[in-house]
Structures are given as structure tokens and as C-alpha cells.
Write a protein that binds this ligand. Structure first.
Ligand code: AGP
Length: 605
């Protein structure tokens, strides 16, 4: 997610823009830039790297009192000076910054190129700048409406026209934008912290709304172009809480961002109900794949294990899932027919990068699934599938996990399409179900009070067990890891059928056992496993579809999730486990976002 700040008033704009962008640094970024309108001339200063680099390039003599600024989290085009925002139209009249993803930018860019427009970057955002020029009718508002009518995707836009020295325009669709109201000055930002030190009076724009921002007025318009009035809010947050958008911790914010993160990860990759990742894998190569290796660490490894179940079950390709820290020392059986998938939120995990290189040295082609554009694994892989989760700040990975699973599902569907091993009907069903996942996650998130109670129940436990069958046992691995790493309570994930082979000895009175039971084919089996632990005194919790009456009657505490096809249930089953871990950590008074001993990215072996 990029950061956006805009100002118009009587102060020197660059000071406000730079301080506002600094306030947005927690969102993570790889480049930054500002533009200042002065004497009907637009000055653009932008560069790869952090804000300190940008500050050294800003001309202290610039006194313009209108401008826009941007910190970029790359989605299209590597981090570079040219790809940094703001972007200009070819004729130098329009200058804009953008947060979001324009899904149809390739088609628009080709059309504009044919009309003679010049492009200096690889970004989707620069296409919008030239579209403003192409559709310019002299009125910023009507031009903007014509431009947005051609855009598909998500965008928060802030646009300057160098001939309009007393206003600029903002548009919002799926990417947040707020307007800050001052005295003789007004502000815009992608996030409240950027402008909170200047004003606490905020308009929050809704989707498809536009606003003309002037020194002494803010004019807001709806999609049809009618002027509207909106509630002017008084923000009472502290700056620190505003960075978390009102959530107590980044982890809770990121758990709640999962619906949007999955939407963005799926965006532009499903066309006519079929998957199109744009990887351009050779059909002959794909059909010759006779093994898949998955290499990753921690939560990313578990996302890989979820996919592995489905790949073996549906594509009938054997999958070797390895902890990256083990992989390269196991003399892995990898060759040119082994597609190797490396998964890493940060894209910098040393063990995973070493695993990538090991597989490559043995002839394998590499697909990287990562959340950071141009990260090390992205640069060294043959193919890259970016998750669009936005920066993940909390050490405990949540939205990265669910978007990794979503990305992997897209990959296995595309492989199935090419190899003919997945019926079109199956793909259409899974696509339909995946598109409904964000709303279903939202339903679970609306039930978070349930987990505060459970956290009270388990907070003094010395050990907990997560049990499941089939792919549910992988959700258990992730649930146990989440709980351990932020609540510091020991937890163990176990294939439910294995308990009786020893671990059952640990189940005694009041030991909490969390059963994940979405696997319809194994329902009776998991029920007997729940009975097994109950007879030994366990307190049982069951994560299952909301209409699964048998589980509801079997367990002490029922945790319902909306029904989906079993195959993609892991995308939902993990959310209750994330919330349980989160609230347990909170009730224990731990540092939820920065748990002891751990780092967000382990760049050492
Ligand atoms: C997950 O909550 C942990 N923070 C950790 O296991 C993490 O998933 C692992 O270190 C891999 O990180 P990566 O995805 O950045 O490679």
C-alpha cells in the first residue's frame, strides 16, 4: 500500500508533504516523491530509496504552497527513480500520485502509445496521468469522470493540473483517502496519521467519490457528478493509534485487512472465470512437470503445505514440502522436471533464498510467491506471483499467509488448466468460491468477541493441542505457531489420527484441545478423535462450518465458519486461530506486534 499526502494553503507545501510522508513510513515503501506547483510550473522531485534520500534532493528555495507527495510500495515495476511517483502526463500539464492497482493498464497503455503518448516508467499509474491529458476537456472534474470510467481496478488518485493554481482533485475507489480540513488550507492523505498534526477535522471519502480541494473549500461529488455533503469527523485518536487505523495492534489491523488483501491478490488474475497469472509458462514444460518441491519457512511453509494437499489430490503431481532450513542439506531429489515453489512474505529469508539457489543449481525452474516486489527471491526466481497484502508489520504473519494460499490456489488452478487435469467446472466453482472468501472472512471477523472469551479460558494453560485430519492438520500447524509465538504458551499441532500413538498420554483434565474439522470426508473420524480426548478430560473447541451440527454437539466450544468447498476451507479455518492467538497474547499482556526473541524477517541462517 502506498502513502499519499496533498496540501493546498499558504504554508510551504514541501514541508507539509515531507512530514506527512514521514508519518506514513510504517506502511513500508521502497521509493518516494513530491511535486510542488509554483508559478504555474510543476516541480517533481522523486527517487528510489527512503525519505532521507528524497529530502537531500528537495530544493529549499521552492516556496510553492500547493503540492502532492507519495511513498511507493511497488506492485507494477521495480523500485526505481523512474517508477517512483508523482507521474506527469506527456504534455507536462497533469501530475498525479496513485495508490492501488489498475488492472487494465496494459490495454490503456497500448492505446495511448498508439496515439503518441510517451511513457517513462513501467507503472500502471503513469497510464492514468496520460489518460488525463488524452481526455482533458479543460475541467478537472469532468475530465476525471471520463478517466475513471475507463479504469478497472483500485485507485486513490490525487491529480494536479498546473494551470489550476487554486485547486487539485482526488478520487477514491477501493484505496483509502481522507480529506483534512484546516483554516485557509486543506489536506488529503491515504491515512490519517499523515495530517493529524495539522487538523483533526476529517472527511473520509467513500468509493467512487471525488473531491476538489481548494484553499478555502472542499467540494465533494458522488459518482454521478452531483455535489454532496458528508459528515465532518473529529478525530480523537493519538498519532500512534492512528498508524494502526484505530486498531490496538498492527496484528489485529492486518488480520482485519485480509478480506481486502485477498481481493487485491485475486484482482486481475481471473478472466472469464478462468485463472490467468500471466506467468507465460511454456505449455510443454508444464505438461512435463513430474514433481513439485515447495520450500519455505514458518507460516509460509504451512501455506505451502496447504497447497501441497490440493496439488497431490487434484493434479496428481507428487509434492515434496521442505522446511527451507533443512532442504539444502537433505540432498533433495530435484531436477529440470521439478517445479520448485519458494514462498516468502519478505522475500529475504536466508534459508528460503538458499533453498531457491539449491533447487536452481539442480536444474529446477523456480516460482516465487512473495509480498515484496523485486525482493531477493523475486529477482532470482524464473516466475513471480506477488501477493498484494501490503506491508505486514506485525512479526506474526497473518494476511501474508492467507494471500499466499490464495496465490498458490491460483497457481495450481492454472497448472491444472494447462495440464488438463482440472475440469473447467471445478475451476469455475473454486474461482466463484474464492471470490466469496473476503466476505466470509468478514463474517468471522465480526464474531471476534467469542475469542476474547476463549482467550480468558486458555491464558493460563501450560500446553494446548490442535488436531485435524488431512489439510485441517496444516491449519493446526499454523494455529499452533501463531499461539506459541505471541502468547508464549506451548502448543502442538497433531494429525488427529496419530494421537493414540503416544501423544494422547498428555491429554488430561482441562487440557484445551482445538479441533479443526472442515474435512467433510473425515468428519466421523475427527468426531471420534474429539471423543477420545474428551473422555480423558480435555476441554474441546471445534472450528467447523456453521451448519456442522455433529461437531457443534460434540465440542465444549463451537467456533463456526461460513461454509465453502472443503478444498479452500483453509482460507477461512485459519482466521479463528489467528484471533485466538491474538486475544490470548493481549490478555497475557505480551508485546503482540514484537514478540520476544523473534524478527519479522530472518535474514540470517
Ligand atoms: C510467522 O508468523 C513467523 N513470523 C515466521 O514463521 C515467518 O513466517 C517465517 O520466518 C518466514 O518469513 P518469510 O515469509 O518472510 O520468508
Amino acid at each position: 500500500m502506498c502513502g499519499i499526502v496533498g496540501y493546498i494553503g499558504s504554508k510551504r507545501a514541501q514541508d507539509i508533504l515531507l512530514s506527512g510522508l514521514k508519518r506514513l513510513e510504517y506502511r513500508g515503501y521502497d521509493s518516494a516523491g513530491i511535486c510542488i506547483l509554483e508559478d504555474q510550473d510543476i516541480k517533481v522531485i522523486k527517487s528510489k530509496g527512503n525519505l532521507d534520500v528524497l529530502v537531500t534532493k528537495v530544493d529549499q528555495q521552492t516556496i510553492g504552497t500547493q503540492g502532492i507527495g507519495h511513498t511507493r510500495w511497488a506492485t507494477h515495476g521495480k523500485p526505481s527513480d523512474e517508477n517512483s511517483h508523482p507521474h506527469m502526463s506527456t504534455n507536462g500539464k497533469f501530475c498525479l500520485v496513485h495508490n492501488g492497482i489498475i488492472e487494465n493498464y496494459n490495454e490503456l497503455k497500448a492505446d495511448l502509445k498508439e496515439k503518441g503518448f510517451i511513457f517513462l516508467s513501467e507503472t500502471d499509474s503513469e497510464v492514468v496521468a496520460n489518460l488525463f491529458e488524452a481526455l482533458d476537456d479543460g475541467n478537472l472534474l469532468t475530465t476525471a469522470r471520463k478517466v475513471t470510467a475507463q479504469l478497472e481496478g483500485s485507485y486513490a488518485l490525487c491529480v494536479l493540473n498546473k494551470e489550476n493554481t487554486d485547486e487539485f482533485l482526488v478520487v477514491r475507489k477501493d484505496s483509502p483517502l481522507v480529506v483534512g480540513v484546516g483554516e485557509g488550507e486543506n489536506f488529503i492523505a491515504s491515512d490519517i496519521p499523515a495530517i493529524l498534526e495539522y487538523t483533526k477535522k476529517i472527511y473520509i471519502l467513500d468509493d467512487d467519490e471525488m473531491a476538489l480541494i481548494k484553499r478555502d473549500a472542499v467540494e465533494i461529488y458522488d459518482k454521478s457528478g452531483d455535489r454532496i455533503t458528508k459528515k465532518l469527523r473529529e478525530i480523537t485518536w493519538t498519532l500512534e493509534s492512528a498508524e494502526k487505523q484505530g486498531y490496538e495492534h498492527f496484528m489485529l489491523k492486518e488480520i482485519n485487512e485480509q478480506p481486502e488483501a485477498i481481493r487485491k491478490t485475486l484482482a486481475g488474475r481471473i478472466k472469464n472465470d478462468m485463472v490467468d497469472l500471466g506467468l507465460n509458462m511454456e505449455e510443454e514444460y508444464v505438461k512435463a512437470i513430474n514433481k513439485i518441491a515447495i520450500v519455505a519457512c514458518g507460516t509460509a511453509n504451512y501455506a505451502g503445505r496447504v497447497a501441497a494437499h490440493l496439488i497431490e489430490d487434484k493434479l496428481r503431481i507428487p509434492v515434496l514440502v521442505s522446511y527451507a532450513s533443512e532442504f539444502r542439506y537433505n540432498n533433495p531429489i530435484i531436477d529440470e522436471k521439478t517445479l520448485t515453489i519458494v514462498i516468502s512474505q519478505s522475500g529475504e529469508t536466508a534459508d528460503t533464498l538458499a533453498g531457491l539457489r539449491e533447487a536452481k543449481s539442480r536444474g529446477a525452474k523456480i516460482v516465487a510467491v512473495t509480498n515484496v516486489v523485486e525482493s531477493s527471491v523475486a529477482r532470482e526466481a524464473d516466475y513471480v506471483i506477488y501477493t498484494h497484502a501490503g506491508p505486514e508489520i506485525a512479526v506474526a504473519s497473518t494476511k501474508a499467509y492467507s494471500t499466499q494460499i490464495a496465490a498458490l490456489y491460483l497457481l495450481l488452478m492454472e497448472l491444472g488448466q494447462i495440464r488438463g487435469s482440472l475440469e473447467d467446472e471445478t475451476i469455475k466453482l473454486w474461482v466463484k468460491e474464492m471470490l466469496a472468501i473476503p466476505e466470509k472472512i468478514q463474517t468471522i471477523l465480526g464474531n471476534c468477541e467469542l475469542f476474547k472469551g476463549f482467550a480468558e479460558n486458555i491464558k493460563d494453560s501450560s500446553s494446548l493441542f490442535f488436531i485435524g485430519r488431512g489439510v485441517d492438520s496444516v491449519s493446526c500447524l499454523e494455529g499452533a505457531l501463531k499461539l506459541k509465538e505471541i502468547s508464549y504458551i506451548h502448543a502442538e499441532a497433531y494429525p488427529a489420527g496419530e494421537l493414540k500413538h503416544g501423544t494422547l498420554a498428555l491429554i488430561t483434565d482441562n487440557v484445551p484441545v482445538i479441533a479443526v474439522a472442515t474435512n467433510g470426508l473425515m468428519l466421523d473420524k475427527i468426531i471420534s478423535n474429539i471423543e477420545e480426548v474428551k473422555t480423558r478430560g480435555a476441554i474441546t473447541y471445534g472450528v467447523a462450518f456453521e451448519d456442522e451440527q455433529k461437531i457443534k454437539e460434540e465440542v465444549d466450544y463451537f467456533i463456526p465458519i461460513p461454509r465453502v468447498v472443503d478444498a479452500i476451507a483453509p482460507l477461512l479455518a485459519v482466521v479463528p486461530l489467528q484471533l485466538l492467538a491474538y486475544y490470548t497474547s493481549v490478555v497475557k499482556g505480551n508485546d503482540v506486534d514484537k514478540p520476544r526473541n523473534l524478527a519479522k524477517s530472518v535474514t540470517v541462517e
